[in-house]
Design a protein around this ligand. Structure first.
Ligand SMILES: Cc1ncc(COP(=O)(O)O)c(C=O)c1O
Length: 306
C-alpha cells in the first residue's frame, strides 16, 4: 500500500496530516476500487459455475473497462450492456473492452433504467444465455468486503481519523464504512450532480452486507463541478496544478473532484486540527482518453499520453 504525504500549506497550517492512498497502483489492470469491488464477485461467479459475467455501464465507464479486463484475466466471457445508442466508431473505453473480448449490447436510456428490474433481467438473460449479473458500477453486497480490506490494510500502516473517497454509486464508500472504527469518519464526495440518492443507497448496501447501517459518514454533494463527466475548466486547472505540485495524476470524473473537495473542506476547517485525513485515489485514469476526445477543444492543457 502506497501512502503519499501531501504537503499542502492549508493542511500544515492546521497541523493536519494529509495522505493520498494510491489505490490506483494496487492492481495493474483493475485499478483502485475496481479490483476491490470485483474480487468477491468474481469468486462468487466462479463458485456458482458461471462462465459469463454480464454488467451495465455508460459508454465511458471505468467499470465496463474493468469487467472486460477481468474477463480477459479470468477466462470468463463478458457482456457489457451499454447505456444509449451505438455511435460508431467505438470510443477508446469500448474499443478496449471489445479488444478484451467483451460483447457489447446497447440499450436506449429508457429501457436502461430497468437495469435492476428482476423481470427485465430475466428477459435479458433469455436473450444472452445464463450469466452472473454485476450491477452498474459493480456495487452490490459482495463489493463491500473487498473495499473493507482497504481499511484493514490502511489501519495496519497508520492511524487516521477521516477516510475520503469519490462516490458514483456509493458501493466503495459503503464497503469502507463497514470496516472503519466508530470514531473514524468516512467522507464521500459525489461525482454526480444529484447525489441525494446516495445516502439511501449506501445504507441499503451496508444493510444488505452486514445487517445494519453506519452513522459515521458524511456525503458532500457540492463538488460535482457541473455534473457527472461534464467538462469544467476549473477542475481541469485544479488537476493540472495538483499534478505539478505532487506528481500524481487524478482522473477528470472522480478523483479530481475528490481532491478538489478535500482541499476545499480543509480551508473551511471541516477537519479537526491535528487530525489525519486520508484520501483514496480510486483510479479511473482510463477515462482521460475518452474525456479528451469529447472535450479536447476546450482546454489547452491535457495530461501527457492521453
Ligand atoms: C475511479 C473511480 N472512483 C470512484 C468511483 C466511485 O465508486 P462507487 O460507484 O462505488 O461510488 C468510481 C466508480 O465506480 C470510479 O470509477
Amino acid at each position: 500500500m502506497i501512502l503519499v504525504p501531501l504537503q499542502e500549506p492549508e493542511a500544515a497550517r492546521r497541523n493536519i496530516r494529509l495522505l493520498l492512498l494510491r489505490d490506483d497502483l494496487t492492481h495493474p489492470e483493475l485499478p483502485g476500487n475496481k479490483w476491490r469491488k470485483l474480487k468477491y464477485n468474481l469468486t462468487e461467479a466462479q463458485q456458482l459455475g458461471h462462465d459469463t459475467l454480464l454488467t451495465f455501464g455508460g459508454a465511458f465507464s471505468n467499470h465496463i473497462a474493468a469487467v472486460a479486463a477481468a474477463g480477459r484475466l479470468t477466462g470468463l466471457r463478458t457482456i457489457g450492456i451499454i447505456r444509449g445508442e451505438e455511435t460508431p466508431p467505438l470510443n477508446p473505453t469500448l474499443a478496449r473492452a471489445a479488444a478484451d473480448g467483451m460483447t457489447l449490447r446497447y440499450l436506449d436510456r429508457e429501457t436502461y433504467r430497468r437495469k435492476q428490474d428482476p423481470a427485465f433481467l430475466a428477459e435479458l438473460l433469455r436473450e444472452t444465455g445464463p450469466a452472473y449479473i454485476i450491477p452498474e458500477g459493480g456495487s452490490n453486497a459482495l463489493a463491500l468486503p473487498g473495499c473493507a480490506e482497504l481499511v484493514t490494510e490502511l489501519a495496519a500502516e497508520t492511524t487516521f481519523d477521516y477516510l475520503c473517497v469519490a462516490c458514483g454509486t456509493g458501493g466503495t464508500l459503503a464497503g469502507l464504512l463497514t470496516a472503519l472504527a466508530p470514531h473514524q469518519q468516512a467522507v464521500g464526495i459525489a461525482a454526480l450532480k444529484n447525489g441525494g440518492f446516495l445516502r439511501t443507497d449506501v445504507d441499503a448496501l451496508t444493510q444488505a452486507a452486514t445487517g445494519h447501517t453506519f452513522p459515521n459518514y458524511d456525503l458532500r454533494t457540492d463538488y460535482h463541478l457541473g455534473g457527472y463527466a461534464r467538462f469544467s475548466l476549473e477542475l481541469l486547472d485544479f488537476i493540472h496544478a495538483f499534478q505539478t505540485r505532487h506528481g500524481v495524476l487524478l482522473d477528470p470524473v472522480y478523483t479530481g473532484k475528490l481532491l478538489f473537495g478535500v482541499l476545499d473542506l480543509l480551508r473551511q476547517d471541516y477537519f479537526a486540527a491535528g487530525s489525519t485525513v486520508v484520501a483514496v485515489h480510486t483510479g479511473g485514469l482510463q477515462g482521460w482518453t475518452g474525456f479528451r476526445q469529447r472535450f479536447g477543444h476546450r482546454s489547452a492543457w491535457w495530461p501527457e499520453g492521453v
